[in-house]
Design a protein around this ligand. Structure first.
Ligand code: C2E
Ligand code: MG
Ligand code: MG
Ligand code: MG
Length: 292
């Protein structure tokens, strides 16, 4: 009896797996077609200096304008492709889009940076550096120092030395690197020492809870301290309220990104948004913080 049940379970499990594989396969085909059909589009989320009230950059965040399902976030379609070569094609396309956009912003007198998220699979391809150099050459009006690549520390999991080499080659071209979701990986500390990242991006889960959870507050504060000790910049993501901003400024983290400043938006809205951006008085209002 038990054995039959066991078998049946195995059978169910297989069917599930099969179904999963098939859905992933279909999804991949759909995403490839979406890319070719021009349905993928980068949105941009501002990065600001809260203390000086300045826009310092825009992060490209991919969206899929799905003809039937509406606007989809990357969580709904990137997982199906991030371990395939398609992620590199998408990444290459996003890089071009972002640089073209950056060239437009530069021409409009806006010299902020642009950041692009790069998947491990893309980043570790043998031709990555060559590809990046070729793309940069297509946009001679864009200073490479305005391009920042955001990578996850887990990108370096398999071969830190290799990743360090790629980073150094890119940095020699002028490009900057940020370690995204910093603090959520298994060995942030070890990587910090071995990877020449210019910027640490404090993960939004810590930022979101730091006003109510002392452990998260200590984590944010520690990452800010680490950045300072290692002479790297630091930016907080997930800044949803003015109180988050006020606390971050007090902790020494002036750079921020989050819904409380601006949500990711279509490229055509960015210049208008930036023209209206002013620093929130509440960012410097310590009374918002209460007893910590
Ligand atoms: P990420 O790079 O860590 O980006 C931050 C994510 O948090 C974005 O979600 C952003 O919309 C969201 N976010 C920003 N501020 C707030 C806030 O105040 N509150 C909350 N709750 N969320 C906030 P999104 O756009 O869904 O992107 C998710 C992830 O998908 C990104 O995380 C990035 O890892 C990946 N991704 C996005 N675009 C690309 C891309 O072009 N290529 C690759 N390889 N990955 C991408
Ligand atoms: Mg990012
Ligand atoms: Mg992040
Ligand atoms: Mg993330």
């Amino acid at each position: 009896q038990a054995k039959v049940q066991g078998r049946r379970k195995v059978h169910f499990f297989d069917a599930d797996l099969d179904e999963q594989v098939r859905t992933h396969h279909n999804r991949r085909t759909e995403v490839r077609e979406a890319l070719l059909a021009g349905q993928l589009v980068p949105f941009y989320q501002p990065k600001v200096d809260m203390r000086h009230g300045r826009v310092v950059g825009m992060e490209a965040l991919l969206r899929w304008r799905h003809p039937a399902r509406g606007l989809l976030g990357p969580g709904e379609f990137l997982p199906a492709v991030e371990h395939t070569d398609l992620i590199a094609d998408i990444g290459e396309w996003v890089l071009r889009q972002a640089l073209e956009q950056l060239a437009e912003w530069c021409a409009a007198g806006r010299m902020w940076g642009v950041s692009v998220n790069i998947a491990a699979r893309h980043f570790q391809r043998a031709d990555f550096v060559q590809q990046l150099r070729a793309i940069l050459e297509e946009y001679p009006a864009v200073p490479p120092r305005l391009l920042e690549l955001e990578i996850l520390e887990s990108s370096a999991l398999h071969d830190v030395n290799h990743v360090r080499c790629i980073m150094q080659e890119c940095q020699a071209m002028g490009i900057r690197f940020a370690l995204d979701d910093f603090g959520t990986g298994y060995s942030s500390m070890a990587y910090l020492k071995r990877l020449p990242a210019d910027v640490l991006k404090v993960d939004q889960s810590f930022v979101r809870n730091m006003l109510v959870d002392r452990d998260d507050l200590h984590l944010v504060s520690a990452v800010v301290g680490l950045a300072r000790a290692f002479n790297r910049s630091v930016i907080a993501e997930g800044v949803e309220t003015a109180a988050h901003g006020a606390l971050l400024i007090r902790l020494g983290c002036d750079l921020a990104q989050g819904y409380g400043i601006a949500r990711p938006m279509p490229a055509e809205d960015v210049l208008d948004w930036a023209a209206g951006f002013v620093k929130a008085p509440a960012w410097e209002d310590a009374s918002l913080l209460g007893p910590l």
